[in-house]
Design a protein around this ligand. Sequence first.
Ligand SMILES: Nc1ncnc2c1ncn2[C@@H]1O[C@H](COP(=O)(O)OP(=O)(O)OP(=O)(O)O)[C@@H](O)[C@H]1O
Ligand SMILES: [Mg+2]
Length: 487
Amino acid sequence: MRNQLFIKLSIVFLLILIAVGGIVTYISQYTARQYHLETNQKLHATLAQYTVDHLPNTFTDDGQIDTNSIQELMHSMMIINPDVEVYLLDNQGTILSHVAPYKKVVREKVDLEPVKKFIEAKGEIFIEGDDPRDLLGKKVFSVAPFIKDNQLKGYYYIILASQEKDAVMSSLLNTYAWRLGSRLLLITLLGSLILGLFAFWYQTRNLSKIKKVMEKFRHGDYSARVLESQKGDFAVLGDTFNSMASTIQQNIEKIVSIDSFRKELIANISHDLRTPLSIIQGYTETLLMKKDTLPKNQQEEYLDNIHESSKQLVGLVNQLFELSKLESNQIQVHKEPFPLQELTLDMAHRFEILAEQKNIHLEFEPVKDLPLVYADIGLVERVIQNILDNALKFTPEKGKITIKLYHDQNHVKVDISDTGKGIPKKRQSAIFERYIKSEPSENQKVGSGLGLAIAKKIMELHDSSIQVKSKLNVGSTFRFELPVYTA
Ligand SMILES: Nc1ncnc2c1ncn2[C@@H]1O[C@H](COP(=O)(O)OP(=O)(O)OP(=O)(O)O)[C@@H](O)[C@H]1O
Ligand SMILES: [Mg+2]
């Protein structure tokens, strides 16, 4: 894939270089011309005054300018120095006489404004005056006034660069400036081009690599990442892409795992629903078919089995409903301050009869001065109920269940221990996952495997957790903690 940004940047850069080159050439040409004019005027500033001062006969006997004698001088000047044009002006600026070859004078009058400024500044000024040969043109000049008896009679006006010289000068200047400009331009252009192109290539080199990685990602390679070694100004882009790609990849993985979990869940649920349903179906069919011949006690036994299976069904459906509500955040957590000890004691009392039936000793160790906790009573009740339910289910006869509460500065903790069959180390972290339950052979009454997943989710909603410590064939301790209420 071509580095298109690099090509575009290079073209723009080239255009900028050409524009800058043109401007530089123009400015240098203009400056060279200005320099030449200023030097010329400065060098010849006193030329007019000097000439006037050395004129033998400036005025006629009647006090007027002696045009003839001045014209002679003007001719001599022109012969000696063909660079100049000499004009004799009256005190209004009207051209009285001039010596300019080829009679190309087009103005009748010269503007006196610059002339006066020049005289006032005693020639220490750069100023251009009217060019008599050009209706719009301006030229550098030297000028001196003719004064007789304190009366201004006229001016001796010298244009310092004649049109001919100007023409030669400007063509020379043009060629010189063009040569200088073009050489400079060529060298700068080439130099800047090489440096600029390298700089652009260097700066944009990563972009095409990043683009390649993005393309790979777009075509489904979610592991494609911009390598760390690709530094430079576009490294930020690479890093941003990497983190974005990681998030997308994680989300995709999550979606895939949720999808496979759902499939598994549906398979499990249908299996779990099918068993009690087929039991119910089987017994009801038998009862319907043999209701007249079947002895009473067997009928009762069948009805008991039907009742047990329907209870199992209701339990499973309720658990599933509760977990799905918790996981989709449809349950509102109503936190309030309450004494956890009282709630735990209340739950223990409820389980006492069941424990007695199974000949299990249920022990509660009360503690004094426990602070209130801040949590949702109903949800915490579900956690205790699920833990006690398991303890009772997985502890054999003559076993013992102990409930202990204690607290530190910020939390009240509950430990529910049993002397049950225990949980193997490698299963301990898995039991809090949805649908992890004991093998059918281990227990007659197999649960749905949702009780601890519900407890874990409830604790998460309280920014807390539930943990287990267990030793196989010795027993298990489930612990959870809740924040102390601070008014
Ligand atoms: N006190 C315990 N002693 C031994 N094993 C336990 C204990 N508590 C939980 N377990 C193990 O963890 C598994 C998951 O427990 P959980 O409460 O989530 O599901 P369940 O009791 O099988 O079903 P349900 O609670 O939905 O009726 C249990 O099946 C069991 O194998
Ligand atoms: Mg359970």
